[in-house]
Ligand binder design. Sequence first.
Ligand code: SAM
Length: 217
Amino acid sequence: MSDVWSARAEAFRASEPHREGDDLDLAVEWCEPAEGVKALDVATGGGHVARRLREAGCEVVTVDPAPGMQPDVVGRAESLPFADGSFDVVVCRIAAHHFPDIAAAVEEMARVSQRLLVVDDLLFDGEGVEEAHRLRDPTHVRSYTEDEWRELLGTNGFEVEQVEVLGGRRLALEPWLDRVEVPADDRPRILELLGDASDGETVRMPLVVLQGRKSQS
Ligand SMILES: C[S@@+](CC[C@H](N)C(=O)[O-])C[C@H]1O[C@@H](n2cnc3c(N)ncnc32)[C@H](O)[C@@H]1O
C-alpha cells in the first residue's frame, strides 16, 4: 500500500480539498494548538494538518507508511512506534477509512495521546457509496457512522466532547476520479454506484469531525 501512496504524494500535496477546508480549520482548532503543544499527525499525507499546527506553535511529529509522503516517521497507525502518552494531541484527518484494522489504529492513537484525540474522516453514506469508493480506490477499506466513531473513542478511554458533521460538503467529480487515476472504463459503474450522491458533476462527500478528551478515571 505504501508504494501506491508514495506515487500519489504530489497529487495529495496539491489537492484543494486536502490543502484547505472547513474540516481542516475545525480539526486544527479542536487540537487546541498553542506554543509547545506536542502533536502527532497520523497518516499525514501531504502534511496539511501538520503545517497548520506548526504555524500555531505546536511541536509536530508526522507519521505515514508511505515514504513518498516524507513523514518524520514511516509507520502505520495500527502500530505506532511511540511510548504511551508521548503526545498532548493525536490527530488523524481524512485517512482512517484506509486503515485495514480500525480498532487497532484507534487503540494505538489513544495509547500515545495523553490529552486529546481528534479524528476527521469520511462519514458512512450507504453501502452503494462504499462500493463506489472501493472501486475508485481499492485502498478504501470502510467509512464509519458517527455512532461507530463515538464507540471507538469511548472504548479507548476518550470522552467525545465535540462532534460536527459536515453534511453539505461536495467535491468536483472529475478531479476526485483523476486524483487516483481511475481508468475510463470504471467511471460509469462508479457513477451508478454513487446513486443520488452524485449529480454527474459533483459528489457528496460528508465528513465527521470528533474531539475526544482522555477520561480522568
Ligand atoms: C488521503 S491521505 C491523508 C490526508 C492527510 N491527512 C491530509 O490532511 O491531507 C491518506 C493517507 O493515509 C495513509 N495510510 C494508508 N494506510 C495507513 C495506515 N494503515 N496507517 C497510517 N496511514 C495510512 C496513506 O499513506 C496516505 O498518506
